[in-house]
Design a protein around this ligand. Structure first.
Ligand code: NAP
Length: 292
């Protein structure tokens, strides 16, 4: 592999140091035999336009965007969002077709979620979906599952946001207080909030509301959440956020290279990295206790 001809791919965000995308995408690029590498770049929102133009000028193969740049990218006049990214209101993938003359914005988060469900053998068409959350991830999931023929109820801490999103996807909007009656009647329950990212986060609803005919999908991927533990205990199908992360990345790779992404390799890379982080965190906690 000749270093000088390496194609560069990247992810822009701020903060960015905890991103799992470099480990996942580099494993994929290597498995595909591409002379390419994928880096994380810290880019502040006010520098996004310059950074994207710079990447285009330098012949980057493609970019991912993460917090807080996904919505901002949609407003850049240098970038043409595709129909789905425009509907969702956010861009998480950028492709460069002819250098900086054709910069296109895509959103692969929703397809990532759909593929994660399908990968687990879940039927989405005509299913009653309860989507908790109305932020960026929830918007992407709502549009994609609606296109796939699901019936969608959206519950969110801020009910106005739930109702606004529901109106865009022919669904109904609710507050979190309605979860007690919404959860038992849903085929698929999706947590698309950031609740569960931290150990000790309070549950969004009581565990006894879940039952074994359901699928519970938690988009949180940094740890095994209490929601997923409750789902397993109830005998429901439990899907974590890792596969959504993997499939959104796989779809981006497909857009950039036209090649079928090695999903198994990408999943292994993510799970290994998460295990290393968990072991490191446990070691640090133990050491802190010992020095007390
Ligand atoms: P976001 O746009 O900031 O939205 C956050 C959502 O969480 C909003 O609906 C917010 O409700 C809700 N929320 C936050 N704190 C809450 C609390 N204490 N109680 C109840 N609801 C709360 O964030 P996002 O980009 O959608 O990300 C949401 C989650 O999805 C994060 O955990 C992120 O890591 C994950 N994610 C995963 C993937 C993947 O590939 N697996 C991809 C993207 C995102 P309000 O509207 O009322 O504030």
């Amino acid at each position: 592999m000749q270093q000088s001809f390496m194609k560069i791919f990247g992810i822009f965000g701020d903060p960015i140091e905890h991103s799992l995308s470099p480990a996942m995408q580099n494993a994929a690029l290597q498995a595909l035999g591409e002379a390419a590498c994928y880096h994380a770049f810290r880019v502040r929102p006010e520098k996004l336009k310059d950074a994207v133009l710079g990447a285009a000028a330098m012949g980057f193969g493609g970019l991912n965007l993460t917090i807080p740049l996904k919505e901002k990218a949609l407003k850049l006049e240098i970038l043409q969002p595709d129909e789905l990214a425009r509907a969702i209101g956010a861009v998480n993938t950028i492709s460069f077709r002819q250098g900086d003359q054709n910069i296109t914005g895509h959103n692969t988060d929703g397809e990532g979620a759909l593929l994660a469900l399908q990968d687990a053998g879940v039927r989405v068409r005509e299913s009653q979906v309860l989507l908790i959350g109305a932020g960026g991830a929830a918007r992407a999931i709502a549009y994609t599952l609606e296109q796939e023929g699901a019936r969608i109820a959206i519950a969110n801490r801020s009910i106005q946001k739930a109702q606004q999103l529901a109106a865009c996807v022919s669904g109904s909007g609710f507050s979190l207080d309605d979860l007690g009656r919404l959860v038992p009647g849903s085929d698929i329950v999706i947590n698309a909030t950031s609740v569960g990212m931290k150990e000790g986060d309070p549950r969004l609803f009581d565990s006894w509301l879940l039952h074994s005919d359901q699928t519970v999908f938690d988009v949180v991927y940094n740890r095994e959440t209490e929601l997923l533990q409750d789902a397993r205990a109830a005998g429901a199908k439990a899907i974590d956020g890792v596969m959504m992360l993997v499939y959104q990345g796989a779809k981006a790779l497909d857009i950039w290279t036209g090649k079928k992404a090695p999903v198994g390799v990408m999943e292994r890379a993510v799970r290994e990295r998460l295990k290393e982080r968990q072991a490191k965190a446990e070691k640090e906690t133990k050491e802190a206790k010992e020095t007390r």
